[in-house]
Design a protein around this ligand. Structure first.
Ligand code: DHB
Ligand code: FE
Length: 285
């Protein structure tokens, strides 16, 4: 991983690490046998979209060659997970959500790491002694669609720090920082102490960042918690939770916010904020 003078991660570092994380999680190739008919239909439709854009906007040879150069750089920089999770995953999630009951989901993003520290609720996420940010107590219950508490549930939680950086991808952060797999108690309840994350900015020094700049877009995602909530015999839910009134909530570059996913933490009176959120899982089909 590469580091700039100020210790913050470069796009080359984050991007390459995201590619490594994706490969080692073996998330690829899980579609099983895809028929030639399906490949043909979907790829044809994608190519049709590209052809239409070229035609409608009279794309020139220099523009075509610039696009080719950019695509090569995204691959070389290992930024495909980064680019695809920001600009494409929300649409795949939308399709998946159509068959999902219970709590709303959102995108996984490129910064999930499996096998983090297991903690029993009430839990405090691993953090530095000097960890900056407003302390947050995140609490709630996991139930099934019939309202029965799920005492075997776990919450795999990860989020950025007070500067918007993720451990495992930013070299100045200790491994496992602000990550954990929390087991609920026998009533399906959890209470997790952490800090409120800052908004996340797509690294501006790599090809994805350069494209965003060239297009005059902004590179920000609103502050968010990532969660995978799971319980035996139930369909796990991958989701994100946002913060009421936070910057970029209405203009997330990854288009991954939903009104149901916004927390409104309240001051607890002890310097900590507290937010309650319950999760509902559907039975596995
Ligand atoms: C990206 C980063 C995130 O933190 C996230 O939640 C989704 C996408 C990205 O840079 O691709
Ligand atoms: Fe994220």
């Amino acid at each position: 991983m590469t580091t700039m003078e100020n210790g913050s991660p470069t796009a080359a570092g984050s991007g390459a690490s995201a590619t490594q994380a994706f490969r080692s999680a073996q998330q690829s190739g899980t579609a099983g046998d895809v028929s030639a008919e399906r490949v043909s239909t979907v790829v044809r439709a994608m190519l049709d979209g590209v052809h239409r854009a070229i035609h409608d906007h009279q794309v020139t040879y220099p523009e075509f060659q610039a696009a080719k150069q950019w695509l090569i750089e995204v691959g070389e920089g290992g930024e495909w997970p980064l680019f695809l999770d920001v600009f494409v995953e929300h649409e795949v999630e939308d399709v998946a959500a159509r068959t999902q009951q219970g709590s709303k989901g959102s995108i996984l993003g490129p910064y999930y790491l499996p096998d983090q520290q297991r903690l029993d609720s009430a839990a405090t996420l691993p953090m530095r002694a000097s960890e900056r940010g407003t302390p947050l107590v995140f609490a709630g219950q996991v139930r099934d669609t019939g309202g029965t508490p799920l005492s075997g549930a776990t919450l795999d939680i990860w989020h950025a720090d007070d500067e918007g950086y993720y451990s495992g991808f930013a070299p100045h952060l200790p491994d496992g920082n602000l990550r954990g797999v929390v087991s609920v108690n026998d009533q399906g309840r959890f209470e997790i102490t952490t800090i409120q994350p800052a908004p996340y900015q797509i690294p501006t020094d790599g090809p994805t960042g350069k494209l965003i700049e060239a297009a005059g877009w902004h590179p920000w995602r609103p502050a968010h918690l990532h969660l995978i909530v799971a319980a035996p015999g139930h369909r796990p839910i991958t989701t994100q939770l946002y913060f009421e009134g936070g910057d970029w909530l209405d203009s997330d570059v990854a288009e991954a916010t939903k009104p149901e996913l916004v927390l409104s933490p309240q001051a607890q009176g002890d310097g900590r904020m507290r937010s309650e959120y319950d999760f509902v899982l559907e039975p596995e089909r």
